[in-house]
Design a protein around this ligand. Structure first.
Ligand SMILES: C[S@@+](CC[C@H](N)C(=O)[O-])C[C@H]1O[C@@H](n2cnc3c(N)ncnc32)[C@H](O)[C@@H]1O
Length: 236
């Protein structure tokens, strides 16, 4: 079954905007995609492989806390968190294959064992997670979609917050960083409207403790843009 076949099912399949591929991969990156990715990839996420949306088995055998990073880019933040928190299981989602290849390189170099990957749309994975299974979610520098007609493409949407609300445990934290002031306002408005989230009072000009930064953030800072770091708590 192809993605096109899925369009005719009960629910039209989601559109994923943005790039899936960039520059030609280096030989080492191509090798890691063939060898390491299959070891770390969460199975049965894609609607093509799992059209009936059967939830997947636990990703780590020991019931450890699970953190999710949506759109990890080159994976620098995800790998730094995995190194700093070896007792946590990190799940990273990223559809841009060059980013996945970069992240595999970092994972390989750091030798971390507590990361699982979905090289695709985070929404396909979130809907298969156990209810209340996530202890923390990172959405760091999501694609801003600044044009008014593209605002509905933003990841911070009521639909995606409903997916997250089901998958997050009570008290779990959603961390959102952005360097686009309009996106920050949008994120706060969406979280205020979505059932199950409360804005955490914090200094939103200051990153979280132990913040390793991200690749995109470094570019934003170099260009003189000002990040905002927002936390939302999953509440009943
Ligand atoms: C602006 S980049 C930021 C990357 C990284 N977080 C950083 O700060 O360096 C946004 C990333 O989100 C990814 N993305 C967009 N939509 C996504 C989705 N539905 N699921 C997972 N990742 C997504 C894009 O492919 C892109 O790599």
């Amino acid at each position: 079954m192809t993605d096109a076949d899925l369009q005719g099912r009960d629910r039209p399949w989601r559109n994923l905007y943005g790039r899936r591929r960039g520059k030609r991969l280096k030989p080492n990156q191509a090798r890691l995609l063939e060898t390491l990715l299959p070891r770390l990839a969460v199975r049965g996420v894609s609607p093509v492989d799992n059209p009936d949306r059967v939830p997947f088995a636990p990703l780590f055998p020991d019931g450890r806390p699970l953190w999710l990073e949506v759109g990890f880019g080159g994976g620098e933040h995800m790998v730094a968190q995995a190194e700093a928190h070896p007792g946590v299981g990190l799940i990273g989602c990223e559809p841009f294959v060059n980013g996945v290849a970069m992240a595999l390189n970092h994972i390989d170099g750091a030798g971390v064992e507590n990361i699982r990957l979905h090289a695709g749309d985070a929404r396909d994975l979130i809907e298969l997670l156990p209810e209340g299974g996530l202890a923390r979610v990172f959405l760091l520098y999501p694609d801003p979609w600044p044009k008014a007609r593209h605002v509905r493409r933003r990841f911070m949407s009521l639909e995606n917050l409903a997916l997250l609300a089901r998958a997050m445990a009570p008290g779990a934290e959603l961390r959102v960083a952005t360097d686009i002031a309009d996106y920050a306002d949008h994120a706060r408005a969406m979280a205020a409207e979505a059932p199950g989230f409360a804005r955490v009072g914090r200094d939103e000009a200051a990153p979280w403790d132990g913040w390793p930064g991200t690749r995109y953030e470094a570019k934003a800072l170099a260009a003189g843009r000002v990040p905002q770091y927002m936390s939302f708590e999953r509440v009943d």
